[in-house]
Design a protein around this ligand. Structure first.
Ligand code: ATP
Ligand code: MG
Length: 217
């Protein structure tokens, strides 16, 4: 899926955070959103993911203007097409690692359901194999980040929104995460990554510097 921001502006708490940003994120390519801390990378990622409304400009998905689409359409987009690995990881601490990946449980005994093979594969990919029955709250920050990535791998969404995926990882895990995201893109997915990490940026096929868009179109 092709996702585009056309000349968008976004204000948070009355302050203009994004001012005329335009970016095209293509399928099969990993696009880096870069800029200094506080420049608006997370905000732009959230606008592209329809998590945050824009004040001006448009968001297009496969050429369709979705800027003003309603809650039901946005929910459908999140459910059917998008996966998010956000800065707070979105991990449910009171649930098991396995539940955090599949997000499915049977009512009886709260046994985790979903596709077992895919669950194990997605944990294996992020180095968390064998940890499926642990409480997610007991994982370290970096492990939670990788768990969030396992959830995205399990879902195998068309568009992956990732905020600073390598921020709290050591060199080995950083490389693993970069390779995983690059593999997502190589399989035709649209991968959008906010990052400061030069290795991550180097692995991206496109880069958007916040504040560099011409706001004249
Ligand atoms: N919920 C909020 N309420 C008030 N201001 C906010 C909120 N979220 C973001 N901001 C402000 O918007 C600006 C951009 O924030 P954003 O999180 O997009 O930056 P960033 O480039 O992702 O930074 P970092 O690299 O530190 O993650 C910051 O000045 C921040 O203070
Ligand atoms: Mg951020």
């Amino acid at each position: 899926m092709l996702i585009e921001a056309q000349n968008i502006s976004a204000a948070i708490g009355g302050r203009l955070v994004l001012d005329g940003e335009s970016v095209q994120c293509k399928p099969g390519i990993m696009t880096a959103l870069v800029g200094a801390s506080g420049s608006g990378k997370t905000t732009l990622l959230h606008c592209l993911g329809l998590l945050l409304p824009v004040n001006k400009g448009s968001i297009l998905i496969d050429g369709n203007d979705v800027t003003r689409c309603g809650t039901a359409s946005r929910r459908r987009f999140w459910r059917d097409h998008a996966a998010f690995v956000l800065q707070d990881y979105g991990i449910m601490d009171e649930e098991s690692v396995a539940f955090n990946v599949t997000m499915k449980a049977s009512i009886i005994g709260r046994r985790v359901s979903g596709n077992k093979e895919r669950l194990l594969h997605s944990l294996d990919q992020t180095g968390l194999k064998g940890r499926e029955n642990e409480l997610a709250g007991h994982l370290s920050g970096g492990e939670k980040q990788r768990l969030a990535l396992s959830r995205a791998i399990y879902k195998d969404a068309h568009i992956l929104f990732v905020d600073e995926p390598t921020a709290s990882l050591d060199a080995t895990n950083r490389r693993m995460v970069i390779a995983l995201l690059a593999d997502f893109a190589a399989r035709g997915r649209t991968v959008i990554v906010s990052t400061h990490d030069s290795e991550m940026i180097a692995a991206c096929g496109a880069m958007h510097q916040i504040g560099s868009s011409s706001s004249s179109h």
